[in-house]
Design a protein around this ligand. Structure first.
Ligand code: SF4
Length: 265
């Protein structure tokens, strides 16, 4: 099997067998715009087939698998947004890992980046468990929601700019549907920082010009309908960044402690 059929019992699967499927960028736009609820939107995200290169890659990985996970069924579908329906903190990542989210069906779940991220979120009160291993493991975000800028695992962890553009309507609509409660947006890495600006604009945020550069701890005041919010930059806890010490546990904790302080302003 190349992917988990929608509505077949996978924990947290938002889709059903009759969930409409986007086959090209125009259909992504239409299905995202007409999603009236987060439930409808995440279901549609999770069955999208609009990027041929990524669909082929995610399904090939799900079929071939990594030896350590050879006995497991891989999700093999896009990773939908996950977390609270009325979050105060939005965490935007790059894209799922081939043997992480693409295997477990949940964002940042089952990979090294997620180990670092969830440990910090737990220490700072934003997640109930320090690990996130598989869908249905009891992990839950507290006052937070996670999204990926590109929802399918890309070869070499590098999405094409066109794939980021294709996926933007899913991101923008999700940001719009939770904007009333959101006070802080954390962009993990420069790619997510770039991706989130047009999504914020489409969701009705007033943004400064020119766009401030990405950096760890970068902080930008934004607003929507007169309600202030903050965009924070955070180095991505990728294996390379954590291995080289560019990102440390302390840096992540400081960042999410700051996010907690800002959401309570
Ligand atoms: S990356 Fe986004 S737009 Fe492309 S197939 Fe995956 S979910 Fe659809």
């Amino acid at each position: 099997m190349t992917f988990v059929p929608p509505g077949s019992g996978w924990p947290g699967d938002p889709a059903r067998p009759d969930t409409p499927v986007a086959h090209d960028p125009a259909e992504v736009e239409e299905l995202a715009e007409t999603s009236g609820t987060l439930g409808e939107l995440t279901a549609r995200q999770s069955v999208c087939r609009a990027c041929p290169r990524l669909v082929e890659w995610r399904e090939e990985v799900a079929t071939v698998k990594r030896r350590a996970f050879a006995g497991e069924t891989y999700w093999g579908r896009p990773i939908a947004g996950w977390g609270e329906d009325r979050p105060e903190v939005l965490i935007v990542g790059l894209a799922p890992a081939a043997h992480g989210g693409n295997r477990t069906g949940r964002i940042f779940t089952g990979d090294r980046s997620g180990d670092w991220l969830f440990a910090s979120l737990h220490r700072t009160g934003l997640a109930v468990q320090e690990t996130s291993v598989h869908a249905g493991d009891g992990q839950r975000l507290v006052g937070a929601r996670m999204l990926a800028a590109v929802r399918c695992a890309p070869p070499a962890n590098k999405p094409e700019p066109s794939e980021r553009t294709n996926c933007l309507p899913w991101l923008a609509r999700e940001v719009e549907l939770v904007a009333d409660s959101v006070r802080v947006i954390v962009a993990l890495g420069g790619f997510a920082w770039q991706a989130v600006w047009p999504a914020l604009r489409q969701a009705g945020y007033a943004l400064p010009r020119p766009r401030p550069p990405f950096g760890h701890g970068a902080e930008v005041e934004i607003s929507r309908g007169g309600t202030p919010a903050h965009l924070l930059g955070c180095y991505h806890p990728s294996q390379q960044n954590t291995f080289t010490g560019r990102v440390t546990a302390e840096m992540l904790d400081t960042l999410f402690t700051r996010a907690n302080a800002l959401r309570r302003l």
